[in-house]
Design a binder for this molecule. Structure first.
Ligand code: PLP
Length: 520
């Protein structure tokens, strides 16, 4: 069945799609034009008298034509931004099963703390004597991170996981150069299951990337690492738990092989949410690991805004950490800004990093306590395994039906001959009011669907999610492909050309030609 746009409608959705409206709005789903399209150019949103007796003193440089900005009243502006905000699916809207991203609840307590004026209103150029509390907080956060990970040092300033990777790998590069091995140790080993930021980071600082194949069971074989490691090995970048949701059981062995070859072990710590309080990366031979505060320690994912990716470092790398860092002495806390006389590789950000995220993360740690942080990890793993166990009869598990860590990876073998792809399945979840899981990552699995429910979902919330996926899965297997291939049917926008949007973004608005009303 086709609707008015000539698109197929899903069974049971025909009456909804056929109900076109005059405005294009669908009840609470409102069309939202750009501000430039809403506003008028001959009015302003405020009443200002024409200035009288005013002589410009700009030497003839004053603007002679209109500024070209739309005039809008406060209610018009307010509605625009509130409507836009309502188009966002967020962790406060519903379950957000994106694997690898750890979309957990952001406790409101953290927000309260981050808004305390003593943290929110300080300026990075203020005299340090006036921000002792903020520096103490950074010091305390660093203490928690080093204690939890069993690593002696931390660089707080990186502003994302990927930025932390760059920081850790630059420290490794500096350590290699300090030993005079810069010209020879140029290879970084990266397993095929790695996040794209890992090889990108290594390549960005002129390392050669050598892929390590992933074995049958989804983990890295230490013998494969041994075969590739040598005097040219600068480092391995290994994610643990890995992106297949599995703990790298031979991690200690792999560390030993890399160290014996004279290289360093960089651990991608994006999945640290699964092991906080259970395993200490320092005990596993890790030399550097970033921690995404916006994943593991529940600070908001910024949507391009502030993230935070502190890096913990081993004894061998501690000295190479970038400035600034916090130092304490009898006089109080100080931010060491000058790299002169240190082995620091330099600095990686202007100023000191994301204070607001530091406050949120420490607030989360203190309110949970060490035992609470451990329980969060245990519950994250429990929730993922509950999802796995309840879907294993319908959806296929590439590495067998055995326990996973905090996320469960399905492939698309179970969709064979249904006419439904991983992408279609994900789009149909949107009609059901869910953000899709991570799809087509990791690359080592065909048509990957990576589901991470997080610990912050209740049993009831998981049961509804599972029931929804079961209903969809059974519909796919029944041959109801139309429910999927045209999905989403109920979203304000349907299938967007994401590739074209990424490759040729249109960043400039051009006013449309004025519309003439047709003469009667
Ligand atoms: C999220 C993630 C990253 C990158 O972290 P950002 O904070 O998004 O830059 C790196 N590796 C893995 C495995 C991730 O999940």
């Amino acid at each position: 069945m086709l609707n008015r746009q000539g698109r197929p409608t899903a069974p049971g959705l025909a009456s909804v799609s056929a109900h076109e409206t005059f405005t294009g709005n669908k009840a609470l789903l409102q069309e939202e034009p750009l501000l430039f399209e809403i506003g008028r150019y001959d009015v302003t949103g405020v009443d200002l008298d024409e200035p009288q007796g005013f002589t410009p003193r700009l030497g003839g440089l004053e603007r002679s034509d209109g500024i070209g900005l739309p005039g809008l009243s406060e209610p018009e502006t307010m509605r625009h931004f509130v409507r836009l905000s309502q188009k966002n699916y967020g962790i406060d809207t519903g379950l957000f099963p994106l694997g690898s991203c750890t979309m957990k609840h952001n406790p409101r307590l953290n927000e309260r703390m981050a808004r305390l004026p003593g943290f929110a209103d300080v300026h990075p150029l203020q005299p340090q004597s006036t921000v002792q509390g903020a520096l103490e907080l950074m010091n305390e956060l660093g203490r928690w991170l080093t204690e939890l990970t069993g690593m002696p040092a931390v660089a707080l300033s990186p502003k994302a996981g990927a930025h932390g990777e760059l920081c850790g790998m630059m420290a490794i590069k500096a350590a290699i150069e300090a030993k005079g091995e810069g010209a020879t140790r140029r290879t970084v080993l990266v397993p095929d299951s790695a996040h794209g930021t890992n090889p990108a980071t290594a390549a960005l600082i002129q390392f050669d990337v050598k892929p390590v194949p992933v074995r049958e069971d989804g983990t890295v074989d230490p013998e494969a690492v041994r075969a590739l490691a040598g005097p040219d090995t600068a480092a391995i970048m290994l994610t643990n738990p890995n992106t297949c949701g599995l703990f790298e059981k031979d991690v200690a062995k792999i560390a030993e092989i890399i160290h014996a070859a004279g290289g360093y072990f960089y651990c991608d710590g994006a999945n640290y949410n699964a092991i906080v309080g259970k395993a200490r990366p320092g005990d596993l031979g890790v030399d550097a690991m970033h921690i995404n505060l916006h994943k593991t320690f529940s600070t908001p994912h910024g949507g391009g805004g502030p993230g935070s990716g502190p890096v913990v470092l081993s004894e061998r790398l501690a000295a190479f950490a970038p400035v600034p860092f916090v130092r304490t002495d009898a006089a109080g806390f100080a931010l060491v800004e000058d790299e002169e006389g240190t082995e620091a590789f330099g600095r990686i950000t202007a100023f000191h990093g994301q204070t607001g995220m530091y406050v949120r993360a420490l607030s989360y740690m203190l309110s949970h306590g060490a035992d609470g942080c451990r329980q969060a990890s245990e519950d994250a793993v429990l929730n993922a395994n509950y999802v796995r166990a309840r879907l294993a009869d319908l959806m296929s598990l590439p590495f067998g039906n055995r326990p996973c860590m905090h996320e469960v990876l399905f492939d698309d073998a179970w969709l064979k001959d249904t006419g439904v792809s991983t992408l279609d399945f994900a789009k149909a979840m949107i009609d059901e009011g869910y953000h899709p899981m991570t799809v087509y990552f990791p690359l080592v699995v065909h048509g990957a669907m990576l589901v991470e429910p997080t610990e912050s979902e209740s049993r009831a919330s998981l049961d509804l999610f599972i029931a929804t996926l079961r209903d969809l899965a059974m519909a796919a297997k029944r041959g109801d492909a139309a429910r999927f291939t045209g999905a989403p049917y109920l979203a304000p926008r349907r299938r967007l050309d994401e590739t074209r949007a990424a490759r040729s973004p249109v960043l400039r608005w051009t006013p449309p030609a004025p519309v003439q009303e047709a003469a009667e």
